[in-house]
Write a protein that binds this ligand. Structure first.
Ligand code: ADP
Length: 482
């Protein structure tokens, strides 16, 4: 039986104007669902969110938190099924799909907890009669635009704080992962979220993105996706005075110093570069190795790349699944072709996996001798590809690591604490991992990048409050007669 996936607007499911197949990237002939696309309901979704805002903003924050907590409980009960659907439409391994769903549960619970935290500050006034305080209030209608690579965690870390702090939301997930989106929405609706507070609009960004983000009733836009789309969206939104938060690409370096534990470093570089088939904005893609460690490190990394099982993501032995779509497959293999033309040496992988049918599989790949100006080491690939770069010294390694327009995450492998602290200061990335892979985030701390990787205030943790609220300052004097 075909599952139909529809938009959800003002508390009701809406048919699209046309449908498209939700494809399993491990078996492209298998359709996970039939997706209803269209735009007739776009304005209705924004109006529903606008209409619901008046009541939601005055709903006591702990009551809002209660709904988020219940949604977390429901999602936890459903985590195995949700994770399986996530894997079927996105292609990451089942362990990653279920793990990501559990991460969304934790995020819902965390922001439920935040609704009991202080929402303002009192200040001493220069006047003895004045009670001076500032409170955080919701921003209004928030549009959340989310990508396909973390189809439940990223939406959770945008939607949960938006709702916790009293905003209403119009959510446009990536159109290739609509079933996972419906699971998150259902958990919130089943937990008692009032109609109109969260609206799901399924459609292609290129078709509905502009109208969604420029609508006059939209107050704020939180976006995760490509730099090209993010910057365009920001320009338009800025003209219209809307608040914008962007999380975009990365070209994240791992620096391996000569004194590092090389077995540990290789394992964590492999994790950062190859898990989720490298389709994380926090993935490792440039591996900068101090000369004396190069030979041993390279051997270890190549051995891991060759031994990690590539295959069906529902198979429990699989470590690396397919790329998420045919488009992704074309992009990543295109970069491998560019690398070959530019003279890169392939130490492992480098090609489509031959024996896995028509799924979008690319082998974990290690490249060496990539010229510094090659697109392979300048642009985000979003695939299981690590490029080795040799450094003469610590200073050379840091200069190479910082030589990129991006600044999302980085990692350093060393036993030298002084160098670890120096690196944490020298590197221009929003997240720094010492002796850990560049990917993998905890939800209670700020997340975001420097330079071209991000714009606006940070996501996650208490930092999320900055984007989803605005200050109101109150000067209160009792009337003279009181
Ligand atoms: P990627 O597919 O590499 O993650 P995109 O920026 O293409 O990056 O997609 C991220 C999200 O942005 C998706 O939900 C996509 O549908 C949406 N999107 C794409 N184009 C636009 C646009 N012009 N305006 C708004 N959103 C868009």
């Amino acid at each position: 039986m075909t599952v139909d996936v529809r938009s959800y607007v003002g508390g009701t499911w809406r048919d699209g104007v046309r449908t498209t197949a939700d494809v399993n990237p491990a078996h492209p002939t298998e359709h996970v669902a039939q997706t209803h696309l269209g735009d007739a309901r776009l304005a209705a979704a924004i109006e529903a969110a606008r209409g619901a805002f008046a009541a939601w903003r005055v709903t006591p924050a702990p009551v809002r938190g209660g709904i988020l907590r219940k949604a977390g409980d429901l999602l936890e009960e459903r985590a195995e099924d949700v994770g399986r659907d996530l894997t079927r439409e996105e292609g990451k391994t089942l362990a990653e799909g279920i793990g990501e769903t559990r991460r969304a549960v934790a995020i819902l619970r965390y922001y439920a907890g935040q609704t009991l935290e202080p929402d303002g500050v009192t200040y001493p006034s220069h006047s003895p009669a004045t009670f001076l305080f500032a409170r955080r209030e919701p921003v209004g209608v928030v549009v959340a635009i989310t990508p396909w690579n973390f189809p439940i965690a990223i939406p959770a870390w945008k939607i949960a704080p938006a709702l916790a702090f009293g905003n209403t939301v119009v959510w446009k997930p990536a159109e290739s992962v609509p079933l996972t989106a419906v699971h998150l929405l259902r958990a919130l609706v089943d937990a008692g979220l009032p109609a109109g507070v969260l609206n799901l609009v399924i459609g292609k960004g290129s078709e509905i993105g502009d109208r969604l983000t420029t609508h006059e009733a939209v107050d704020a836009i939180t976006f995760t996706g490509s730099n090209a789309v993010g910057r365009r969206l920001q320009l338009k939104a800025a003209e219209l005075g809307k608040k914008v938060q962007l999380e975009m690409g990365g070209k994240n370096p791992a620096v391996v110093l000569a004194d590092a534990d090389l077995a540990h470093a290789a394992e964590h570089v492999a994790r950062g570069a190859f898990l989720s088939a490298g389709q994380k904005c926090t993935a490792t893609s440039r591996v900068i190795v101090e000369q004396p460690a190069l030979r041993e490190f390279q051997e270890r990394l190549v051995a891991l790349a060759k031994s990690w099982k590539l295959g069906d993501p529902l198979d429990p032995d699989t470590r690396v699944g397919p790329l998420a779509s045919e488009d992704q497959f074309k992009t990543v293999t295109g970069y491998l072709d560019i690398g070959a033309k530019d003279g890169a040496r392939v130490l492992a992988g480098g090609a489509r996996a031959g024996d896995l049918g028509d799924g979008y599989y690319v082998q974990p790949t290690v490249l060496a001798d990539v010229p510094p100006e090659s697109k392979v080491v300048r642009e985000e690939i979003f695939g299981p590809v690590a490029a080795l770069i040799t450094a003469r010294s610590y200073d050379d390694a840091v200069a190479l690591a910082n030589d990129t327009p991006f600044g999302l995450t980085s990692s350093l492998f060393t036993r030298d604490l002084a160098k670890a602290l120096r690196f944490a200061a020298d590197i221009r990335t929003g997240v720094v991992k010492i002796n850990q892979e560049s990917a993998g985030l905890e939800f209670q701390v700020p997340f975001g990048g420097m330079k071209e990787s991000s714009s606006g205030s940070r996501e996650q943790g208490k930092a999320a409050q900055e984007f989803f609220t605005q200050w109101k300052t109150v000067y209160l004097d009792l009337p003279p007669s009181a």
